[in-house]
Ligand binder design. Structure first.
Ligand code: BDR
Ligand code: CA
Length: 313
């Protein structure tokens, strides 16, 4: 089968970085058309820069990186330096990138790509707040029917929330954008905290990255060491969730994941539960099923895939 054409929409973020690396390490499965940066974990000037740093780390300065929206649709930006550090990619110091940022706005790139590629052949992989994708859908509704699939990291049901008691970070930062994307009607696969909190970076798993003996392996080990401190303290778990690469792993090995096709709505009205993904897991309502909402992951298989693929870079 031909590799799947994808656009990664991202706010790197150490786990975003690993998602980008996994995609670049999987050319037989994934054709990365471009990376679109959005404000999220840190402000836009850092996320677009971090995306380029990651491409250069992978030896791929040819990848096109676009800067997109610098603020959510209707709210002030909330960032997550407390998890990812001041730069968003804290850990070992990395050189400033020399590869260029593309002139085109990320939203225009998304619209143009979906219009120019054959309908149903481009998959969107958002792993940050959904501002760029929602803006593209609002500005060019004709592209929605051309999307092959949206495979995103965001939301939670059984795990409820990480940035508030009831909301996951990516959805919370721009709930209005999430509402547009979840309501758009494009095929949607969701990797919520219910999955990613089962994909923990244990010591043997980090050691396996370090044992690759490559710059990429060392960097991924150091990144996961860095952001793991925060989550281990918070959850008392043996490691931290590696959220965003679950999306790429799904495209490469969908059988690693299990979930249900259900209705998922986004809360935008309540202060208390703002950004909650109200997932009808038990199919209590007859609201239309709009998302394949994942719940389980073969974590050992996921980490084996990561180590195996990252060894190529
Ligand atoms: C999500 O929020 C970000 O901090 C991570 O990069 C991930 O995309 C997890 O809630
Ligand atoms: Ca992210």
């Amino acid at each position: 089968m031909a590799p799947r054409k994808i656009i990664i929409d991202t706010d790197p973020g150490q786990d975003d970085a690993v998602a980008i690396l996994l995609a670049l390490a999987s050319p037989e499965d994934i054709d990365l058309l471009g990376i679109t940066a959005v404000a999220g974990n840190v402000p836009l000037p850092l996320t677009e820069k971090n995306a380029r740093i990651v491409c250069e780390l992978a030896g791929r300065p040819d990848v096109r990186v676009f800067a997109g929206c610098d603020a959510p649709l209707a709210r002030k930006l909330v960032t997550a330096e407390h998890v990812h550090g001041k730069t968003g990619l804290d850990g070992p110091q990395l050189d400033a990138p020399t590869m260029p940022l593309q002139d085109q706005h990320a939203v225009d790139f998304i619209i143009e790509t979906l219009r120019s590629e054959p309908a149903g052949t481009v998959t969107l992989v958002p792993v940050g707040p959904l501002t760029n994708i929602a803006t593209a859908f609002q500005r060019a509704p004709d592209i929605i029917g051309r999307v092959q699939e949206i495979v995103l990291m965001g939301g939670a049901y059984f795990e409820v929330g990480n940035i508030t008691p009831t909301a996951e970070f990516n959805i919370y930062v721009d709930p209005e954008a999430a509402k547009i994307v979840f309501g758009a009607g494009a095929p949607l696969v969701v990797m919520p905290l219910d999955v990613t909190h089962k994909a923990l970076t244990t010591k043997p798993r980090i050691d396996a990255f370090r044992a690759l003996g490559t710059k990429v392996g060392d960097m991924v080990a150091a990144w996961t060491d860095f952001f793991e401190r925060f989550d281990m303290e918070k959850y008392g778990s043996e490691g931290a969730p590696l959220h965003d690469p679950c999306t790429i792993a799904y495209l490469v090995r969908p059988e690693l994941f299990a979930g249900r096709l259900i209705n998922v709505e986004i809360e935008t009205g309540s202060d208390l539960t703002l950004g909650m993904t109200v997932a009808d897991w038990w199919r209590i309502t007859d609201r239309p099923k709009n998302a394949l909402f994942m719940k389980d992951i073969d974590a050992a298989g996921f980490y084996a895939l990561l180590a195996d693929r990252l060894a190529r870079l």
